[in-house]
Design a protein. Structure first.
Length: 156
């Protein structure tokens, strides 16, 4: 995926995505445990309170997602202020929504729509770009590509 005239930085790769499955299962077990404890300790009112807390938690996440997407809708698709700074702030396992919040822009989709893994690209004004690969909605790998500077460009 490298074009002529680009230097590839070291790829940051996550060796396993098993923790994502553990995280998903842990959230579900925690929700069920909250409902069971609410019912066990306080009966039906406890169950209703625990269910209300879970609904509030989901609404907070939904509101955050809408806020991130609203900010991203006002920016050019696939644009980021600095690819180098984005590369420094990425780490394995962050969600696509967190990356969109960092860039404040929707990424340019580089993979076929609806297929895994999803590959998105963010480019800055200097034509440097960060290409991110998401597996199951979580960042698995990414790379920073920067154009080579010629001697004429480097001289003051």
């Amino acid at each position: 995926m490298h074009g002529a005239g680009y230097v590839k930085s070291d790829c940051c790769e996550n060796p396993g995505m098993n923790y994502l499955m553990v995280q998903t299962i842990a959230v579900r077990i925690g929700a069920v445990a909250l409902l069971v404890m609410g019912y066990h300790w306080y009966g039906w009112p406890g169950l209703a309170g625990a269910a209300g807390a879970l609904v509030m938690w989901m609404l907070l996440h939904f509101t955050r997602m809408l806020q991130v997407l609203r900010r991203a809708s006002h920016r050019p698709k696939g644009h980021v202020e600095s690819s180098v700074m984005l590369n420094a702030r990425l780490h394995p396992g962050v969600s696509l929504m967190q990356v969109v919040a960092l860039t404040r822009s929707l990424g340019e989709l580089r993979s076929p729509a609806g297929e895994q893994p999803e590959v998105f690209r963010w480019t800055d004004t200097g034509q440097s770009f960060v290409e991110c690969e998401f597996k199951g909605g979580k960042l698995a790998t990414w790379r920073l590509d920067r154009p080579l500077q010629t001697l004429a460009d480097a001289a003051p």
